[in-house]
Design a protein around this ligand. Structure first.
Ligand code: KE4
Length: 433
């Protein structure tokens, strides 16, 4: 692929934008090389500034479940643009979105719209702390909940698993209130709850993890987390920013039949426009201003243009159950096709797949938590990433990210992906030998 324009644009971007990107993972730091600059996208395809076409398997990190520029979404958003872009006042459309989300996710009795997943998770732990009058939260190694201080915490050592800052600028005091335990380990969670009895406001987790690569809860794990939270008087927050409206119309909580106290949403909820939301039990959410003492606000929260994009997207998902099914089937064909090719080539790399999320891990170990994920050969992944990019397949530029397949992918695209995969893996074997 000739990507000379992207290379030049990256050099130019770095003069004004930190690292040349507005979000770190886009810089290709963990895979090397330079990012491709996207000019447009349609359906399953991205087009870069050098007019190369890529089959998109990341879909803006999840939002574009329908595929890019879905005609009904584009038409509806276009129809509201002339009405001005923002009022800073309540609108009817916000009610429509809220009522539709409550219909799709019944555990959400009250909701608040915000502008990103980070805002949603930051606000959710604030209201959990306000409601319970406790300070600590428990998160899980390898789960990511956005860039709020309370989440940029590495696992501390010792039973209390006190956190330590995982980013400059996060204070030790903040880190003390975030406890971290391994995912898929109920004993570790129980020990942490016991060691911090009566101090924990909430447990927050990705019900299916995307941020260490795709990691699936083991049988009964989410149900055990729910039981432990109930036994210890701790709120359960499902961070469904990735899984919401993707794994089922009602998200992972519908798929696994586990009801959280609070849910955070993002990505698909805005159909690609900046939207997040947090919501759940009314007795908890009514703590939020202007009703209660927990403050949270936002100039562009519930923005009418973003609500139009989200409303159109969610209506399509609600009224066309085959959309999620198609994305799931696409994913099954891609992931199982890759697994068969790997077996034919004598490779036994782990592939985790659920719904329309999957990750090919360059390790032969099962991957059920972050320790397992860290056994991957990230150098080999980086070579695979670039070989696939050169063949017109756009993967996440990091081993520790799930892929998100859209319903727009067609059979010919799947064939292209699998041919590219076989080509790449054969090349890796040849050059690694
Ligand atoms: P945003 O603030 O990026 O909208 O959402 C934060 C967030 C919260 N919770 C979960 C489970 C998430 O996956 C995310 C954001 N996901 C990353 C992908 N790993 C977004 C990509 C990026 O950071 O550029």
């Amino acid at each position: 692929m000739n990507t000379i324009k992207s290379k030049q644009l990256f050099e130019q971007a770095k003069k004004s934008i930190v690292g040349g990107v507005n979000s770190p993972v886009r810089a290709f730091k963990s895979v090397g090389g330079h990012p491709v600059f996207i000019s447009s996208a349609r359906g399953p395809y991205l087009y870069d500034e050098d007019n190369n076409r890529y089959i998109d398997l990341i879909n803006s990190w999840g939002p574009m479940l329908l595929g890019h520029a879905h005609p009904e979404v584009v038409e509806f958003v276009g129809s509201v643009l002339a009405d001005s872009f923002s009022f800073g006042a309540p609108t009817k459309r916000e009610i429509e979105v809220a009522e539709l989300i409550r219909e799709l996710v019944p555990s959400i009795e009250k909701i608040r719209m915000v502008n990103s997943g980070t805002e949603a998770t930051m606000a959710a732990i604030r209201v959990a702390r306000g409601f319970t009058q406790k300070d600590k939260i428990i998160k899980f190694e390898g789960c990511y909940h956005g860039h709020a201080d309370s989440f940029l915490i590495a696992a501390g050592s010792g039973a209390a698993t006190f956190g330590i800052p995982d980013s400059q600028g996060v204070t030790k005091k903040t880190a003390q209130d975030t406890l971290t335990v391994p995912y898929n380990d109920t004993q570790a969670l129980e020990a942490c709850l016991v060691a911090n009895a009566h101090e924990v406001a909430a447990v927050i987790l990705e019900p299916v993890v995307g941020n260490m690569g795709c990691v699936i809860p083991q049988n009964g794990y989410l149900q055990a987390v729910r039981r432990l939270c109930d036994a210890h008087g701790v709120l359960l927050i499902f961070d469904e920013v990735m899984t919401g409206f993707r794994l089922a119309k009602g998200g992972a909580q519908e798929l696994f039949g586990v009801k959280p106290d609070l849910t955070t949403l993002g990505k698909i909820i805005g159909g690609g426009m900046p939207v997040g939301a947090y919501g759940g039990r009314a007795d908890i959410m009514d703590m939020v201003a202007p009703l209660g003492p927990v403050y949270q606000a936002g100039t562009l929260s519930g923005n009418p243009v973003a609500m139009a994009s989200g409303l159109a997207t969610l209506k399509i998902i609600k009224n066309n159950p085959q959309i999620i099914e198609k994305a799931n089937r696409n994913t099954e064909q891609i992931a199982e096709g890759m697994r068969m090719i790997n077996t034919k080539l004598g490779l036994n790399y782990t592939i985790n797949r659920i719904g329309s999320m999957f990750t090919l891990f360059f390790t032969q170990k099962p991957v059920n938590n972050f320790e397992d994920a860290k056994t991957t050969d990230t150098k080999l992944f980086a070579r695979y990433f670039h070989e696939m990019l050169n063949r017109g397949v756009y993967l996440a530029p990091s081993q520790y990210e799930s892929l998100f397949v859209s319903a727009a992918v067609q059979d010919a695209d799947i064939q292209h992906i699998l041919e590219a995969h076989e080509d790449c893996m054969a090349l890796l074997i040849e050059t690694e030998a």
